[in-house]
Design a protein around this ligand. Sequence first.
Ligand SMILES: [Zn+2]
Length: 275
Amino acid sequence: MPELPEVEALRRSLDDPVSAFPIVRAGPAHVATLKTFDPPLSALEGRRLAGARRRGKRLLFPTADGELVLLVHMMSAGRLRYLRPGASRPKTPAFRLAFQDGGELILTEAGSKKRAGVWLLNPEEAEQEVAHLGPEALGLGAERLGEICATESRRLHALLRDQRAVAGIGRGWANEILHRARLSPYALSRDLEPEEVARLAAAIDEELARGLELRERGANDRKTYRVHHRLREPCYVCGTPIERIDFEEHTIYYCPQCQTGGRVLKDRRLSRLLR
Ligand SMILES: [Zn+2]
């Protein structure tokens, strides 16, 4: 799933092209992709977008007249691209926006499950749509992170991925950040010493900034992640093989030497079966 570095890199690349020309045709959209019906997508036609904005993992495209906001959430398999005039087009995208010069903004989604979403909202509705999100992860700072950690006792990996607590981090960057911070994914947020909170806050900024820089240069997952999806590969700090914990919905990658004092964490699914 695209997270803050990926979505921010995309936002930066879309900001100019989507605002260069007015929209001539909005849609069609896949029935499962379009989440709103009033106003209709055709309300965008003839308007110009002000550019691309981002909140957490969502992209927002306000119109230049300030009346409408197009919101896009790619979820795990959605892919949003700007195609230049004359570039070849996918046949049945989940959503498309055609500009006057022939350029198009295209959302495609691999697989049969349509999870990515497009909303056309007025500015107040758009604000409500993102109101539940916590503060942006990049630039959060130790003080704010300390408050979030103290609110309730949560395992760090789950807390970092909770968009209501902190916006923009998912599985991939939670693995990278906790590794950089030398903290166990299972450590409880309230048990952290102030020095550990500071280390975690620094790791959030360092890793997300590193990811953003790489993604802006077009780096793929293999070149970007150093812990995520690196099972049994040597840790880039200490050389210990990276371990993985499997859950039904996701997996956690970590270094037992750098993060858990040499302990290998139990696979919860497996331990449940053996109980
Ligand atoms: Zn290590």
